[in-house]
Design a protein around this ligand. Structure first.
Ligand code: NAP
Length: 279
């Protein structure tokens, strides 16, 4: 069965839109974009378009690639203190002369809808509810939940250990009582580990999951997305080979990608309540 992220995400977006209209509230998303990387521009535009469709106001602050670090940090402080702004996104990657660490730490955790700040990541790890969950792992769990796929007690393998996908994905599965193995480029016997899994979540960025590795009845979620040698969008899983063997599989495109945007929008909508003035 195909895990249709496009359809599930569309339902979430519609329900967020109705929710905002019913409550007559409008969260405000501030986006900081540095430089003119075309991919980053497309990502930001897509997020803004989706936000505006739902009824979220969005503000874009653009800076040239050689902008000074202090200018960005000042802007973040200003947005933190702006009562009208409920959510802050800094589009990654940022230029090397600007400290990623300083930028992340500067964001108010209550407005950190990407879940980048040490406070939100720390909360996630020690089991205190963070203000927001990271968009992609939260999107993966929303996709699994929408198909009633059980997680509690299952063995889950996450491939990839980035701060934005692999590590929080593993932590969130652990928080849902899965038995989790987190794999990376130094993992020995990856094939055998994948074979033991009920749930495989791959976030690598190259073809890694082949039919010989998966076991029947498993659930395969493909987070990877990149262009193949013909310029076509593809994922980490050999979809045509693997799909006939397993119980559930997410396609690329149309799987985790739309769920990530929907999940981010869930966070932005939540940011209204997180930043409500105390009356
Ligand atoms: P990343 O920071 O480049 O991390 C890639 C991870 O893959 C690293 O942990 C690396 O291990 C591991 N890896 C590399 N080769 C491997 C191998 N042969 N066997 C096992 N593990 C291997 O990437 P990311 O930001 O997490 O993104 C991963 C993929 O997901 C990319 O294709 C990205 O475009 C995609 N993505 C999609 C969405 C979405 O919404 N669909 C969102 C975010 C990312 P080491 O740590 O040992 O180097």
């Amino acid at each position: 069965m195909i895990l249709d992220g496009k359809a599930v995400a569309a339902q979430i977006i519609e329900s967020l839109k109705q929710d905002l209209a019913k409550k007559n509230i409008s969260p405000v998303l501030a986006v900081i974009l540095i430089g003119d990387d075309p991919a980053s521009r497309v990502y930001v535009r897509n997020k803004q378009k989706k936000a505006e469709y739902i009824g979220i106001k969005s503000q874009l602050f653009e800076y040239p690639i050689d902008v000074e670090e202090a200018v960005i940090l000042d802007k973040i402080h200003q947005l933190n203190n702006d009562e009208n702004v409920t959510a802050i996104l800094v589009q990654m990657p940022i230029p090397k002369h600007i400290s990623r660490e300083k930028v992340i730490c500067a964001i108010d955790p209550k407005k950190d809808v990407d879940c980048f700040t040490p406070e939100n990541v720390g909360r996630l790890c020690i089991g205190i509810k963070p203000y927001y969950y990271p968009a992609t792992p939260q999107g993966v769990l929303m996709l699994l939940d929408s198909y009633n796929i059980p997680i509690d007690g299952k063995s889950a393998v996450v491939i990839g250990r980035s701060n934005i996908v692999g590590k929080p994905m593993a932590q969130m599965l652990l928080n849902r009582n899965a038995t989790v193995t987190l794999c990376h480029s130094h993992t020995a016997n990856l094939d055998e580990i994948i074979k033991t899994a009920d749930i495989v979540i791959s976030a690598v960025g190259k073809k890694i999951v082949r039919c010989k590795m998966v076991s029947k009845k498993s659930v395969i979620v493909d987070v990877g997305i990149y262009k193949d040698s013909n310029g076509n969008l593809t994922g980490d899983v050999d979809f045509n080979e693997v799909a006939p063997l397993v119980d559930f599989i997410s396609p690329v495109p149309g799987g985790v990608g739309p769920m990530t945007i929907a999940s981010l929008m869930v966070n932005v909508v939540k940011s209204y309540d997180a930043n409500k003035p105390v009356s």
